[in-house]
Design a protein around this ligand. Structure first.
Ligand SMILES: *Cc1c(COP(=O)(O)O)cnc(C)c1O
Length: 376
């Protein structure tokens, strides 16, 4: 039997069917992946902005293997190898003060919720329509999409949603009960939606006036994805807390919050068994080293995509590209896959491309050719 069909049956029988999947990917190298039938693809999904250094980057593989031979895990009851170095790196690249490590994007936002509550003594949050902050109960409470939140209501903390880009509505929603405002510098899951000029600076002002903390969810946009370590920095805005995860460790599960001076958990306020373990920290440090090398080229690569796809009104910032294609999205995604390029459909009929930051010009040009064929 064809390997993929066999695997589909096994998955259908034994795995909870929460995803709709197509192929079985068995190997990756650089920006390419291969399925079980040996077909090759340029991977512009990259684990959804996770595989920032490409698949199995030698420096990341080496760091994980070397650390695995030394120590795979030790409790946070002890100092953890590589953890303090990673925290210093995160403070440096974000311009913030202290980090706390977690295992995922949702957990990063959970940590941000707890930190904002304990630091301000306030209970409520404000976030934006079409935002996505995760699927655990707290991160889901600050996530807008009705289809994914309503089956699990009531949710805590209480969160008010206003239109992304509407500073006036935000001003009305934020008050002395608001612990924090969750904002994405680009709404990724919503389909790569860019904020209007000046909007994020207004968010900063409103937070400053009310004492609410500005929590930047850069789980998708951070770690160089948009051409700078934080997308917020392109708007001249410094958050009080930033959450990071996806691109941090090339696919090894790790997330973080980094907060400004004076904002930090104290003894007993938060913890996690696996978070910030030696393997995760080694993988993250190696990943950051690779990103430091390729970051200066990210803006130009994004521009190459945007220019090549100009006919389709793309929205692009660095290597985060959204193309509005409407109802055809699933079909376009399939055509691209058949022609050797993986892309995915974000919300509202938007095709999303978030390839490795290491993608080559040839691979970008080939991707553009395939998109022309699929969209033309
Ligand atoms: C993916 C994502 C999350 C959730 O991250 P998980 O690791 O899947 O929990 C949160 N916020 C944003 C902006 C994301 O893109």
């Amino acid at each position: 039997m064809e390997e993929r069909a066999h695997y589909r049956e096994l998955d259908a029988r034994y795995y909870m069917q929460a995803f709709s999947r197509t192929m079985l990917i068995v190997k990756g190298a650089g920006s390419k992946v291969w399925d079980a039938e040996g077909n090759e693809y340029i991977d512009c999904v990259a684990g959804i902005a996770v595989c920032s250094t490409g698949h199995c980057h030698p420096a990341v593989v080496r760091a994980i293997c070397e650390q695995a031979h030394e120590l795979i895990h030790c409790s946070n009851l002890y100092y953890v190898p590589h953890q303090a170095e990673l925290a210093r790196k995160l403070a440096e690249i974000t311009g913030l003060s202290r980090a706390f490590l977690v295992n995922s994007g949702a957990e990063a936002n959970e940590a941000a919720i707890k930190l904002a509550r304990v630091a301000t003594g306030r209970k409520q949050f404000v976030a934006f329509r079409d935002c996505f902050h995760g699927r655990t109960m707290g991160s889901l409470a600050v996530t807008h999409k009705p289809a994914i939140r309503e089956p699990f209501e009531p949710l805590e903390p209480k969160c008010t949603f206003v239109d992304y880009g509407d500073a006036g509505a935000l001003r009305n929603a934020v008050d002395e009960n608001t612990a924090g405002v969750f904002v994405e510098a680009v709404q990724g899951e919503a389909g790569v939606i860019l904020p209007p000029e000046g909007f994020l600076r207004e968010v900063r002002e409103i937070c400053d006036e009310t004492g609410a903390l500005l929590i930047a969810d850069e789980v998708q946009t951070g770690m160089g994805r948009t051409g700078t370590w934080l997308a917020m920095h392109q708007h001249g805005v410094q958050p009080d807390i930033v959450s990071l995860a996806k691109g941090m460790a090339s696919g090894f599960p790790v997330g973080a919050i980094v907060a400004r001076e004076g904002l930090a958990f104290t003894a007993g306020q938060h913890g996690s068994t696996f978070a910030g373990g030696p393997l995760a920290c080694a993988a993250a440090l190696a990943t950051i080293g690779v990103i430091e090398e390729v970051l200066p080229g990210v803006a130009a690569k994004g521009k190459r995509f945007a220019e090549g796809l100009a006919a389709y009104n793309p929205r692009a910032i660095g290597l985060m590209v959204g193309i509005p294609v409407g109802d055809r999205c699933p079909e376009v995604q399939k055509t691209c896959a058949n022609r050797g390029v993986l892309v995915n459909c974000a919300a509202n009929g938007n095709l999303r491309l978030v390839p490795p930051l290491t993608i080559t010009e040839e691979e970008i040009d080939r991707t553009i050719e395939v998109l022309h064929a699929a969209l033309g």
